[in-house]
Design a protein around this ligand. Structure first.
Ligand code: 3NM
Length: 521
C-alpha cells in the first residue's frame, strides 16, 4: 500500500466525539468518502479489546486499500496485522519499533518542535504528525500550540536534512480552515503532505460527505488567493510608481464596499476618509452581518483599538465570512503589545483566519511577529523606535513571508513587503501622526484597494497608501493649515480632490510624487 497522507483520519472512541455511533460504520463511511490513511487511537481500552477492534477496523480499511495505523501500541499493530504504528514522544523509540515490526511497516511519530522533528527524521520515521496546530477540545493535554508559523519552521528545518519524510499537521483542523492551513504552513521548499483530522470527521453526522468535502478543499488553493502575484525578489520601484495612478483609477471606478470593524474613537473620521476616497464604507461591529456583506467584492478591516470582551467572537465570524468568499481582510492590531488581553487577542485572531494585510506600527508588528524581548508597549502609541531601517524592513519581510501575506509597517518611513519584495515609502507628513484616525484610515483604504484590485494586492496596498500620503502632503502645504485641527478637513478635501481626478482618468496628481525605493536585504 502506498503512503498517501493527504487526508489522515484519527479515530476517537470517547463519548464527546464518537458518541453512540458505531466506530466501524464511521470509519467505513470515511473510507468511502476518500480518507487516505486511518489511525486507530484509543487511550483507555484494555489490550484484548484494542486488538479485537483493530482487527475489525483492518478488515474494513483493507477493502478500501487504506493503511491502518495503531496509536502507541506496537503489539496491537502486530496482532491485528495493521500496516503501522504512530508513536508519541514518550512511547517506544522509532529504532526499537522498527526492530520489532516488519520491514515495510509504517512508523510515524508526533513532533511539536524542530528538535523532535529532526531527531525523528534522523531515526528513520516514515512520517511526522506535526502539532498541536491549534488548540482543540479533542486533546487538551497538548505540549505546544504551534500554529501555522510553527509548522512552517519545522518543515523548513527538515527540508534541509538529507532524508525525506512525510508530514501531516494535527489539531483543530476543519473544513473552514484546511485550505488556509495548507497554504500558510508551507515552507520554502517543503509543504505538508496532508492533514490529520479527528473530530471534524468522527463527530460528523455524515462522515462520508465531510471526507469528500475535505478531499475537494485540499485539491484547490484557498479562495483568498486571487490574481497571480509575481513572486520576485527584486523590485522596479519606478515601474511600481508608474502603475499606481491606473490602480487608483480602477479602484475609484469600482466604488468598493469596505466593512470596518473599527474602534469607536475614529469610526466617524475613517468613514469620512473612505467616502472622500470614493469608497463605500460600512462600520458594522456585528459579526453575523458579515455573511451578507462578504458576498460583495469588498474588504474587511479588523481594527482592535477599542477591544471589548465581545469583540473577538464577532471578528472571527466576520473573518470567516470574508475568507470563505475570497475577499480581503486587513488586521490592524492596534496596541497589540499594550495588555495581556491584546496579546492573546492577536494570537486568537491569527489562528482564526487569514489576513491578506497586516498593518501596524513597529511595536505592533513586532508583537504580531513574536519578536518582543525588551518590548513593552504603553498604550496604543508606537513609542520610540528601537529598530533601524534594515531591521524594520527585515521584520516586515519576515512576517509577510511567514504568513504568506502582505505587511505594512507604518512610521515616518513605511515598509511594505509581500515576503519577497520590500519597499520603503517616504511619502506622508508629520501632521498625520498628530491626530487620531489617520493611521486607522490607512487600513480601511488598503482593504478597499485590495478588494477592488485583485491582480496584485501588493501594488493595490501601495496605490492606496500613496494616494493617502500624497493627499496628506498636499493638505499640509496649504497656507490655511496651521496644525492638526486645520489639517484634518484639508486632508479630507485633498483625498476627495485626488478621487475627482482619478475618476476622470487624470493622472497628474501622481506625477513625480512617489518617494519609494527598493530595500535589498
Ligand atoms: N494529537 P481534532 S492534537 C490526536 O498535537 C491529537 O499531537 C494532537 O483533534 C497532537 O482534529 C490531537 O478534533 C487531536 O482537533 C486533534
Amino acid at each position: 500500500m502506498t503512503l498517501d497522507l493527504s487526508l489522515y483520519l484519527v479515530t476517537d472512541s470517547t463519548s464527546a466525539i464518537l458518541g453512540s455511533r458505531d466506530i466501524y460504520k464511521v470509519v467505513e463511511e470515511a473510507c468511502k468518502g476518500g480518507v487516505t490513511i486511518v489511525q486507530y487511537r484509543d487511550k483507555t481500552s484494555d489490550t484484548g479489546l484494542l486488538v479485537e477492534t483493530a482487527t475489525r477496523l483492518h478488515e474494513i480499511t483493507k477493502r478500501y486499500n487504506v493503511p491502518l495505523i495503531i496509536n502507541d501500541r506496537v503489539d496491537v499493530a502486530m496482532a491485528s496485522g495493521a500496516e503501522g504504528v504512530h508513536l508519541g514522544q514518550d512511547d517506544m523509540s522509532i529504532t526499537a519499533a522498527k526492530k520489532i515490526l516488519s520491514k515495510d511497516a509504517i512508523v510515524g511519530i508526533s513532533a511539536s518542535s524542530v528538535e523532535e522533528a529532526v531527531k525523528a527524521v534522523e531515526e528513520g520515521a516514515d512520517y511526522l504528525g506535526i502539532g498541536t496546530l491549534f488548540a482543540t477540545p479533542t486533546k487538551t493535554n497538548t505540549k505546544n500550540i504551534i500554529g501555522t508559523a510553527g509548522v512552517k519552521t519545522i518543515l523548513d528545518s527538515i527540508s534541509r536534512l538529507n532524508r525525506t519524510v512525510g508530514t501531516v499537521a494535527i489539531g483543530g483542523i476543519n473544513l473552514s480552515n484546511v485550505q488556509r492551513v495548507l497554504y500558510q504552513s508551507a515552507g520554502q521548499n517543503k509543504a505538508l503532505d496532508g492533514v490529520a483530522i479527528v473530530s471534524a470527521i468522527i463527530a460528523a453526522d455524515d462522515p462520508k460527505s465531510v471526507a469528500e468535502q475535505f478531499k475537494q478543499a485540499i485539491a484547490i488553493p484557498p479562495p483568498f488567493i486571487t490574481g497571480s502575484p509575481e513572486i520576485s525578489s527584486s523590485v522596479d520601484a519606478g515601474a511600481l510608481a508608474a502603475a499606481v495612478p491606473e490602480v487608483v483609477q480602477k479602484v475609484v471606478n469600482c466604488h468598493p464596499i469596505v466593512h470596518s470593524m473599527i474602534n469607536f474613537v475614529v469610526a466617524n473620521f475613517v468613514a469620512n476618509v473612505a467616502i472622500s476616497a470614493g469608497l463605500s464604507p460600512i462600520m458594522s461591529q456585528y459579526g453575523d452581518e458579515a455573511k451578507d456583506l462578504a458576498v460583495h467584492r469588498g474588504g474587511l478591516v479588523i481594527n482592535m483599538g477599542t477591544l471589548t470582551s465581545a469583540s473577538i467572537g464577532e471578528y472571527l465570524k466576520a473573518i470567516k465570512a470574508y475568507n470563505t468568499n475570497g475577499n480581503p481582510v486587513v488586521l490592524d492590531p492596534v496596541g497589540a503589545g499594550a495588555t495581556a488581553i491584546r496579546r492573546d487577542a492577536v494570537k486568537t485572531l491569527m489562528a482564526g483566519g487569514y489576513f491578506d494585510l497586516i498593518k501596524g506600527n513597529e511595536r505592533e508588528i513586532r508583537q504580531v511577529y513574536g519578536n518582543t524581548s525588551n518590548l513593552t508597549q504603553r498604550g496604543v502609541d508606537s513609542g520610540p523606535s528601537s529598530l533601524n531601517d534594515v531591521e524594520k524592513a527585515t521584520l516586515a519581510r519576515d512576517l509577510a513571508r511567514r504568513e504568506r501575506n502582505i505587511v505594512l509597517l507604518t512610521g515616518a518611513v513605511d515598509y511594505l513587503s509581500d515576503g519577497y519584495r520590500v519597499i520603503a515609502v517616504k511619502n506622508g507628513h508629520e501632521l498625520l501622526s498628530k491626530a487620531t484616525g489617520t493611521g486607522c484610515a490607512i487600513g480601511t483604504v488598503c482593504g478597499a484597494y485590495m478588494a477592488a484590485y485583485r491582480d496584485d494586492k501588493f501594488l493595490a496596498v501601495l496605490a492606496g497608501l500613496l494616494m493617502y500620503e500624497i493627499a496628506a502632503e498636499n493638505a499640509a502645504a496649504k497656507n490655511t493649515v496651521h496644525g492638526p485641527g486645520s489639517f484634518l478637513p484639508a486632508f479630507l478635501d485633498e483625498v476627495h480632490s485626488i478621487w475627482g481626478k482619478a475618476s476622470q482618468g487624470n493622472v497628474t496628481w501622481a506625477h513625480g510624487r512617489a518617494k519609494i525605493e527598493e530595500i535589498q536585504l
